[in-house]
Write a new protein. Structure first.
Length: 555
């Protein structure tokens, strides 16, 4: 529950929800005309009785006014994508009586003049204009050609927000797939919002995260086709299965229902019979029938996202969702460096990552990553900024270098998975996880078990650095059983990768034997999915901080 809404309800204050605002009588001036509003996201308020009152303030000052000890709003995720969205530099004028072609088109889709005015639609020749507002300010305009429905576009670099968000009241919100569906539901007596980029686009989730947190129930009323069903489920998984309900309409979408004269009661029944997404924990084998058929038909797609090295792909078959990979190796073997390279390679392939580097401050970690990504040992200031902008929206950093509790880390990871769609998570290292030393092995087992569950829940991949035990000499090649701590660490993991950096003496011996002399050897010691293990020779470029395999020429 949103903190501000919860506070007002506990205080017994009568208010009316309107978009991001709670409208109520001013508690400062005795207003009886509901001229006072407080934003449920920022906590900022003001009274519109300017001559009589005009008070302004924040959530803390409101609590103090009621005699309560102020409680701060919970801190939001700090590493937000600082994209500079552009707002339209023009208005959307109401449709004029002379624009009969557009008006007749809208009328033919079943829309009334009241509906057209409510959504403040505009027109330009054969184009319908859908204005998007946020707190009363125009943020985007979407266009649709009435002669060719495939020709739709919107303002360039506009903020991806929900259409009609300012008109939503109460504790529930209905999200549909298109603007016309939004209009149709309004005529059925249901105020709804629609997504800005179609069923498969999830960009809006990040921007609307705090706004969606203010609702107890979210009804997903997408198109009743494969794309719509898939999009609704993906949205539900991102914004929280526990509060989402899937609505199945009697026709393909709400506008088609309106055009075909489906009565209001039948639409109401669809919402009353909406399906909650509470997971079934015990099922028979037939429940997985379609998924099993899909697995047999996937072929090489079953392998996962390719790694940065062909030789590693031949053994591991890529990075798969739902798996935990343990990385180990002696100090200086290159664990952090090679994981950086993995994450940057994934970013190039469109996969977002969230990183907790408890052994290196974020600025130093990013300095290393900039060298790797730019392939420059001393990049110019403009190149540093260029690379940071490239990383923005692809990498998210847990801004802590202290010990961290499992709960705090997994809460942050869940936030990044739900809001930003992160699919890879790095924990560097297990030694930085705060556990009770008196029950160390058992708590390590529980923690890695929770990581495995997290990966399954969000279909993501976790890379966990675990240091090896001390050995007699640094030339001893560490194996799976040499990882420091509980044996459950590797038992519960899906993959185990061990790095070994040979000494100069070892290299000389290899050269005399005419064996391959490499800077680092990567051992795949466990591969649960395919059972293949092996060794890969890696070569290191000290200037660019990057590794390459024996059959790769780039650095």
């Amino acid at each position: 529950m949103n903190e501000i809404i919860s506070y007002l309800e506990k205080r017994g204050i009568q208010f009316k929800r309107r978009g991001e605002e709670c409208i109520m009588n001013c508690p400062f001036c005795g207003d009886t005309e509901k001229k006072f509003s407080i934003n449920v996201l920022s906590g900022l308020y003001n009274c519109l009785h300017l001559n009589k009152c005009g008070v302004k303030g924040d959530f803390s000052s409101l609590q103090r006014h009621f005699g309560d000890i102020p409680k701060k709003l919970k801190q939001r995720f700090l590493n937000e994508n600082k994209t500079n969205y552009k707002k339209p530099n023009k208005e959307v004028l109401p449709i004029k009586p002379g624009q009969k072609n557009v008006f007749e088109y809208l009328k033919g889709r079943g829309f009334t003049i009241e509906t057209i005015k409510h959504f403040r639609l505009g027109a330009d020749e054969n184009i319908v204009k859908f204005p998007y507002f946020k707190n009363g300010e125009l943020t985007n305009i979407k266009y649709r050609n009435i002669l060719d429905k495939k020709k739709t576009w919107q303002e360039k670099d506009a903020e991806p927000l929900l259409f009609n968000r300012d008109n939503i009241e109460g504790k529930r919100i209905v999200i549909c797939e298109g603007e016309f569906d939004c209009l149709a539901l309004f005529q059925y007596g249901i105020e709804a919002v629609s997504v800005p980029g179609g069923a498969s686009n999830m960009d809006w989730v990040e921007r609307e995260w705090e706004y969606l947190e203010t609702f107890d129930k979210i009804y997903l009323c997408y198109d009743n086709d494969n794309a719509g069903k898939h999009g609704a489920m993906e949205a539900a998984e991102r914004i929280g299965l526990w509060r989402c309900f899937i609505v199945e309409l009697p026709r393909k979408d709400a506008n088609e229902c309106l055009m075909q004269g489906i009565p209001k009661q039948e639409i109401s029944n669809s919402f009353n019979n909406s399906k909650d997404l509470t997971p079934d924990t015990i099922v028979d084998p037939l429940y997985f029938q379609s998924k099993i058929h899909d697995l047999f038909q996937m072929g090489t797609k079953l392998f996962g996202t390719p790694t940065a090295w062909k030789a590693l792909d031949s053994i591991l078959k890529g990075w798969r969702g739902g798996e935990v990979t343990i990385w180990s190796g002696r100090n200086g073997s290159g664990k952090s460096t090679i994981i950086n390279q993995v994450i940057l390679d994934l970013a190039e392939k469109g996969e977002k990552s969230c990183i907790y580097s408890g052994e290196m401050p974020p600025d130093r970690y990013l300095r290393w990553a900039i060298i790797q990504q730019s392939k420059l040992e001393s990049p110019a200031p403009y190149k540093i900024d260029e690379t940071l902008h490239w990383m923005s929206g692809k990498l998210y950093i847990v801004n802590l270098t202290d010990m961290i509790t499992p709960d705090k880390l997994l809460n942050d990871f869940e936030y990044a998975a739900r809001r930003y769609g992160c699919k890879h998570f790095v924990i560097d290292s297990l030694m930085k996880i705060q556990i009770n030393e008196n029950d160390e092995y058992n708590q390590q087992k529980q923690f890695v078990g929770r990581l495995a569950e997290f990966c399954q829940k969000f279909n993501c991949h976790i890379h966990l650095v675990a240091h090896p035990r001390k050995s007699n000499t640094d030339d001893d090649t560490p194996g799976k059983v040499d990882i420091k701590g509980s044996s459950h660490i590797t038992d519960l993991a899906h993959n185990v990768i061990v790095l070994y950096r040979p000494s100069d003496e070892h290299k000389e011996k290899s050269a005399k034997k005419k064996a391959t002399v490499s800077d680092m050897q990567l051992y795949v010691k466990k591969n649960r999915e395919f059972g293949v293990e092996g060794k890969i020779h890696m070569f290191f470029n000290a200037k660019t901080k990057t590794f390459r395999g024996i059959d790769e020429t780039y650095l």
